[in-house]
Design a protein around this ligand. Structure first.
Ligand code: NAD
Length: 479
């Protein structure tokens, strides 16, 4: 089997080690062998990006827009094939995989348009005769470090704006799921960018990730991943005054009030918590339900979960694919156990499932009769496991929803305009959803959270420029 290589300074380069990428739906299926870079190779990639930066950042914007457009078009034209690869290596279902690949293409096309919408202002000075210009410039070399759960969309929503605003990129994808990242990099590498503008360095966080973090030649780091890693990234970046943007975990609440439309609430709950195997940072993990609807809601969620097909991600008709790997599966099972020991009732699911192929299949689990101070309601589980917390009123629901260290997404199901409006104003989350699942966002508007979920400026849409550009104020006295 040939090894997929890294892309450094415009060339495909063998690694110092290789990584076996295995299909979580079928452990006998090896997706491919992917090169792992070491510290020296990461430093070469950073040096190449540094060298390419002056010409790229000052280069013509039409050519840059055309390149991003071409990347977006190729991704969209190949979305079925890329989606299949994604589902095969990560385990989300084929329609979800194709949807994510298409999203990556749309993001590149959006930022192709942004290249041609540069911002600037020219103002009178308070000093007569002087002109003031406010412009945005590229930041420099951006290190992009991504997680395994959205292996093409998250890289796309960082790489596309980085390049669009004139930065050079050193991209380190998650070690667990490098296939989609490699396929995306192959498309970028063929789009006509000058050597060094974009570099792919697959490998371990402790080697390649740390090399990016600690290099004085990397001006900015955009990271998505766990809180634990995020804290290391922030400490390293701040200690050398590098710009940093981080998206991390969630413990997203879905409030369901007595007046909610039950089918809508069930759809929001099941879609939001269990699809993509619950492995979404925006997944609903705490259902906070008022007394009058509680029993009907729990029963209806149970009934719906019984109808869902958990199987091979690539099989037609599969609703929920496998958990990504053994260690995530162990974590999911362990949290279910912790919940039960703390007094929760395992209403349904939570058992390992055997299918035709050897894979990490887990029946979606619902823990009821939980309290918000239980570990299953405090810590991110990151699997197809959700809890129900019974509350007496809207006010109590809002207080419980906000009583968390996280603040990425939050939702409410209600027919009351008063409660929906109050919730949008008072939820301590970056994103608020009314009668919609907590997961599922648009790409032309800002994405991000509060508290322990995010740090630094927002991602996506035109708000991405806050991170990927730096403002300059220039004064001119014409003499
Ligand atoms: P992770 O933190 O283990 O890894 C993320 C990336 O950081 C990987 O590329 C990893 O190799 C790298 N890394 C690890 N140690 C490093 C180090 N010392 N220095 C530099 N880089 C290092 O996260 P994961 O398990 O891949 O992803 C799951 C997590 O991501 C969950 O917590 C989830 O909530 C979060 N996530 C958040 C969002 C969001 O937008 N808020 C989106 C998706 C996933």
């Amino acid at each position: 089997m040939s090894v997929f290589k890294n892309y450094i300074a415009g060339e495909w380069v063998a690694g110092t080690d290789a990584n076996r990428n295995v299909n979580p739906s079928n452990l006998d299926d090896v997706v491919g062998e992917y090169a792992r870079a070491d510290k020296t190779q990461a430093e070469r990639a950073i040096a190449a990006a540094r060298a390419a930066f002056p010409a790229w950042s000052q280069g013509g914007i039409q050519a840059r827009a055309d390149m991003l457009e071409a990347i977006g078009n190729e991704i969209l034209a190949r979305k079925e094939e890329l989606g299949r690869l994604l589902s095969r290596e990560e385990g989300k279902t084929l329609p979800e995989g194709i949807g994510e690949a298409a999203r990556a293409g749309q993001i590149f096309k959006f930022f192709a348009g942004e290249v041609l919408r540069p911002e600037g202002e020219k103002l009178p000075s308070i000093r007569p005769g002087v002109d003031v210009e406010i412009t945005r410039e590229a930041v420099g070399v951006v290190g992009i470090i991504t997680p395994w759960n959205f292996p093409i969309a998250i890289p796309a929503w960082k790489i596309a704006p980085a390049l669009a605003y004139g930065n050079c990129v050193v991209f380190k994808p998650a070690d667990l799921v490098p296939g989609s990242a490699w396929a995306l990099s192959d498309i970028v590498a063929r789009a006509g960018l000058p050597a060094g503008v974009f570099n792919l360095v697959m490998g371990r966080g402790s080697l390649v990730g740390e090399a990016i973090l600690n290099s004085p030649a990397v001006d900015a780091i955009s990271f998505t991943g766990s809180v634990e890693t995020g804290k290391r990234i922030a400490a390293a970046a701040v200690s050398r005054l590098a710009r940093v943007q981080m998206e991390m975990g969630g413990k997203n609440p879905l409030v369901v009030l007595d007046d909610a439309d039950l089918p809508t609430a069930i759809n929001c709950a099941v879609q939001g918590a269990f699809y993509s195997t619950g492995q979404r940072c925006t997944a609903s993990s705490r259902f906070i339900v008022t007394e009058g609807i509680h029993d009907r809601f729990v029963k209806a969620v149970e009934e719906k979960l019984k109808t869902l097909k958990v199987d091979d991600a690539l099989k037609q008709g599969t609703d929920i694919g496998p958990v990504v790997d053994q260690s995530q599966l162990d974590q999911d099972l362990s949290y279910i156990d912790i919940g039960v020991k703390e007094g929760a009732r395992l209403a349904i699911g939570g058992e390992r499932l055997n299918r035709e192929t050897r894979g990490y299949f887990l029946a979606p689990a619902l823990l009821t009769e939980t309290r918000n101070d239980m570990r299953v309601n405090r810590e991110e589980i990151f699997g197809p496991v959700a809890t129900v917390i019974r509350v007496k009123s809207y006010d109590e629901a809002l207080a419980v929803a906000n009583d968390t260290a996280f603040g990425l997404s939050s939702g409410i199901c209600t027919a009351s305009l008063k409660h929906a409006t109050h919730f949008k104003r008072n939820t301590q989350a970056g994103m608020a959803m009314v009668n919609l699942p907590t997961a599922g966002v648009d790409y032309h508007v800002p994405f991000g959270g509060r508290k322990g979920s995010s740090y630094g400026p927002r991602e996506q849409g035109s708000y991405a420029r806050e991170f990927y550009t730096i403002v300059k104020t220039a004064y001119t006295m014409p003499v």
